[in-house]
Write a protein that binds this ligand. Structure first.
Ligand code: FAD
Ligand code: NAI
Length: 468
């Protein structure tokens, strides 16, 4: 006799596990299926969490070398213990994935270990590592199987010398040279980790700019800051192949739109050219579930696929591949299945690059409002004019606000600066409430805080900032 559930979720990343918890809170009998040894998906095991552990640790290492002496704290030259740093990362991952196990128990969610596949409407089969199978009967199925790293044709990833983010999170020594292919979020975050620990980082990017999708002005200024940190950028350039030699790697590169080829010698190459939705082995073709040209599961505005009873959320469907987007979709679908009005506002999803300084954005970029033909105004405030930033030696960067010229409604905010990823949320809340730059400007901000720069940028959208 098969187990029966109201809802079965395949995949326990931020989309899947959050959906499971919310559905259980709403009274459903919930099962999850996970093929990895620990819960939490890409984000907790090989993504957000381990990368942030290494970003924090490497930032501390760099601060000890460069910032502390300027503050009058003399601790001598810092010494790297990479094994201990990696142990901190592994402990952080274990404590977070263990937390999901606790949440499943607390919410009486049944977890099946193995690969889940759809075996028709209302049926999921779980195949364990030893080949044994379990059949689950379920009213609804949510697919939350996430994404995997994309690769370049002809390049063989070995996760030792030619690595994806997964290998770059566990290198056993600091490479002398690191070649990063792709100036996106992964390339710049993990490039930062190894640059801070001593690697010479060269970034090859196909486009003529870094961080496509982020505000162009912000990306340009940020690129300059990274260059000062030692990053070397080769924009409008593509890698056509990587040769493995005994002394290292030789990457063959050429201008993106053709021209003379040349080569780059490196110890490690990190391929960070985007991620692809993961739908293999799910039985979707047999079940008749529609997939788009980019491999994503097609859903309607309510996460339903073209097959009744089958839904999909997170990286495996359209939209930004972000943990919080997956989580919010998990909550929304659980609420919809419980008969409530679950909803995600895709216009207000913050994006953060956790480098130093951080880059954070919410809403539209200047390029987007321009393309949409909106009559807009922009205003900026630099951290060089912020008292707290000066006290913390963190005066790099600025806040940029984009608002509708006629109504003053905030359409977007882009910040480069220390702690930008925390600061961006006041603007996200403001935008959820349809607030204006004047609303921000009239809100009392504690002094001295970095967040005052947001208020000053908002003041600059009206009668003028005070401190500049
Ligand atoms: P995933 O987290 O990918 O989880 C999918 C799960 O499904 C996995 O556990 C997988 O084992 C399981 N699975 C797949 N197929 C099956 C099957 N057939 N049966 C059973 N189980 C299956 N996002 C942020 O917002 N902030 C960050 O700081 C951030 N940092 C990142 C850093 C790196 C290095 C990477 C690679 C990604 C990062 N991301 C970050 C992106 C984030 O990890 C993803 O957007 C997020 O994990 C997507 O969640 P998901 O639930 O859709 O899928
Ligand atoms: P990305 O899409 O952010 O960046 C990929 C970059 O590679 C782009 O700049 C692209 O133009 C470039 N590129 C593509 N093909 C290329 C080629 N052949 N040669 C050279 N450059 C090429 O993808 P990335 O960095 O791999 O990250 C994947 C996903 O993970 C992103 O969607 C991101 O949202 C998510 N992520 C989020 C983080 C965060 O929120 N802080 C951190 C890390 C990942």
């Amino acid at each position: 006799m098969a187990d029966t559930f109201d809802l079965t979720i395949i995949g326990t990343g931020p989309g899947g596990y959050v959906c499971a918890v919310r559905a259980a809170q709403l009274g459903m009998k919930v099962a999850v299926v996970e093929k990895w040894p620990s819960f939490g998906g890409t984000c907790l095991n090989i993504g957000c969490i381990p990368s942030k552990a290494l970003l924090h640790a490497s930032e501390m290492f760099e601060e000890a070398a460069h910032s502390l002496p300027q503050l009058g704290v003399e601790v001598g030259a810092p010494k790297l213990n990479l094994t201990a740093m990696m142990a901190h990362k592994d402990d952080t991952v274990a404590s977070n994935t263990g937390g999901i196990e606790y949440l499943f128990k607390k919410n009486k969610i049944t977890a099946f270990r193995g690969t889940g596949s759809v075996a028709g409407q209302g049926k999921v089969v779980v195949t364990a590592e030893d080949g044994s199978t379990t059949e689950i009967e379920t009213k609804h199925i949510v697919i939350a199987t996430g994404s995997v790293s994309a690769n370049l044709p002809g390049i063989e990833i070995d996760e030792e010398r030619i690595v994806t983010s997964t290998g770059a999170l566990k290198l056993d020594k600091v490479p002398e040279n690191l070649l990063v292919i792709g100036a996106g979020v992964i390339g710049l975050e993990l490039g930062s980790v190894w640059a801070r620990l001593g690697a010479k980082v060269t970034v090859v990017e196909y486009l003529d700019r870094i961080l496509p999708g982020m505000d162009g002005e912000v990306a340009k200024q940020f690129q300059r800051m990274l260059a000062k940190q030692g990053f070397e950028f080769k924009l409008s350039t593509k890698v056509t192949g990587i040769e493995k030699t005994e002394s290292g790697l030789v990457a063959h590169v050429e201008p993106a739109d053709g021209g003379e080829a040349w080569s780059i010698q490196t110890d490690i190459a990190l391929v960070a050219i985007g991620r692809l939705p993961y739908t293999q082995g799910l039985g979707l073709e047999e079940a008749g579930v529609e997939i788009d040209k980019r491999g994503r599961i097609v859903t309607d505005g309510h996460y339903k696929t073209n097959i009744d009873g089958i839904y999909a959320i997170g990286d495996v469907i359209a939209g930004p591949m972000l943990a919080h987007k997956a989580e919010d979709e998990g909550i929304a679908i659980a609420e919809i299945l419980a008969g409530q009005a679950g909803h995600v506002n895709y216009g207000v999803i913050p994006g953060v690059v956790y480098t130093n300084p951080e880059v954070a954005s919410v809403g539209q970029t200047e390029e987007e409002v321009k393309a949409a033909g909106i009559d807009y105004k922009t205003s900026k405030f630099p951290f060089t004019a912020n008292g707290r930033a000066k006290a913390m030696l963190a005066s790099q960067g600025f806040v940029k606000i984009i608002a509708d010229k006629a109504t003053d409604r905030v359409l977007g905010c882009h910040i480069v600066g220390k702690g930008a990823g925390e600061m961006i949320h006041e603007v996200a809340v403001l935008m959820e409430f349809g607030g204006s730059a004047e609303d921000l400007a009239r809100t009392c901000h504690a002094h001295p805080t970095m967040s005052e720069a947001i208020r000053e940028a908002a003041l600059a959208a009206g009668d003028g900032a005070i401190h500049i």
